[in-house]
Write a protein that binds this ligand. Sequence first.
Ligand code: G6Q
Length: 549
Amino acid sequence: MQDPTKQKAWQALNSHAATIKGRHMRELFAQDKQRFEHFSVELDRFLLDYSKNLITKNIMQDLIALARESNVENWRDAMFSGERINRTENRAVLHPSLRNRSKTPVFLDNKNVTEQVENELGKMETFVSQIRSGKWLGYSGQPIRHIVNLGVGGSNLGPQMVTEALKNYSDNSIKTHYVSNVDGAQIAEILRPLSPENVLFIVSSKSFSTTETLTNAKTAMRWLVSAAFDERAIQKHFVAVTARPQKAIELGFEEKNIFRMWDWVGGRFSLWSAIGLPIALEFGFEKFTELLEGAHEMDLHFQQAPLEENAPVILALIAMWNTTFLGCQSHAILPYDQTLHMLAAYLQQAEMESNGKSVTWDGQPVNYSTVASIWGGVGINGQHAFYQYLHQSKNIVPADFIGSIESVTPLEDHHETLMANFFAQTQALMCGVNESQVRSDLKAKGRQQEFINQLAPHKVHEGNRPTNTILLKKLDSWTLGALIAMYEHKIFVQGVLLHICSFDQWGVELGKGLAEKIQRELKDKKLDIEHDSSTKHLIEFYFKHSTAG
Ligand code: G6Q
């Protein structure tokens, strides 16, 4: 496979990067009165404005040319048609089929994936209706009121992020809780106020072999059985979601209580499958369907819109421009919506686990930056915490600002205050304020010259800090589905541009394997593998001071 840096467009972008660094976005806005029109895309229920990036029309043309040279369109079509583009695991990548509301058949190994998905959705719908209507009863005859999802990583972050984001749409008949950590503190705290009689546990694990999740599942089973005094209660209070149903059966699950997912769904892309069951249980199957519909609409946009107007493609190109060509090392996700407080954590996994790699899909080392580290938090709160760094640090941190025109919870002037800050921040990050302005502002306030000389350098904001603005009409399940799908496809396109396999995660295996060996040592209270001196002494110190057992 060709070295991507040798591509014509890549080299043109390298030259642009060398010259654009001396320019300021203020100047670019002044030169082009239609900059917003040139660098924004309006979709059905939201707007993407990427004009506050250090780009010109020529740069955008070369970025689009890079997408063409990298065959983004062919890769996209290969993904949607079920080709095994996850090369290192020899798997298809068909999460868009989970929300294929057009119901066009997609075949994999002579099986119609669309049909499999529809069957499973049907099973979910029936189950959701039984639980929500109170027909499904617990061991003592009580209807289910609480769902506890036991799952980690991709089997946790997506559903939990969505549950938080849609919490204002809940009718509160069912409350969902999430346990992801094997630290007993989490499950203990969640179970403490609950009564086993009305709790349903979902053991969510694609592999059904994740130690953390199985440890939590066994603890939950003991908790239930110690109240019910009957192991048969498990069938009324536990369901599983997995691609390995046999393993769930071995743990005692009845086949009818097992929801299927498949190898062609990556964990971090799985909230659209039965992994999203807690969402459907708390908000109803209709809301879950709306989420799928919004995502499907984004799939269609990604498949049909020309690259120049294709939101996920543009986001990927801008991210690559900022990271690979301009050298930014991190990227902030800043929703001005309290209910999106988990979005940064969700996208952190989606993007960093997908593209935080340093070899190409052929195993060649890459000699360019791949993706930035992702972090962030909700707007306003961040302004009173880490925005100082965004405005004045030596490191440039591009950011996505996400806000809504209409509030889901309108209260007097709350939303206006929130959104005034939303608009002000991207403007301030872009424009900044130079020293002569700072000086004249201080002078206008009647400050002494000596004071002005002292303070002026501290008040200078260079500006020129790149941001994307995503303005939603309103945060609802449809729009949320579209938003998440847009980011999923952005990540996919980034992988294609960077020649990286976005759908494996070999980097998590090393530590996992080592932890298994060390867990045996901790159990036996004896070191029997060779460790470096730091790890050896840490474990010995742990043994020496441990009061447990
Ligand atoms: C996601 C990752 C990872 C995975 C968890 C849980 O893409 O593969 O986060 O989801 O390790 O795995 P199981 O669902 O198999 O328990």
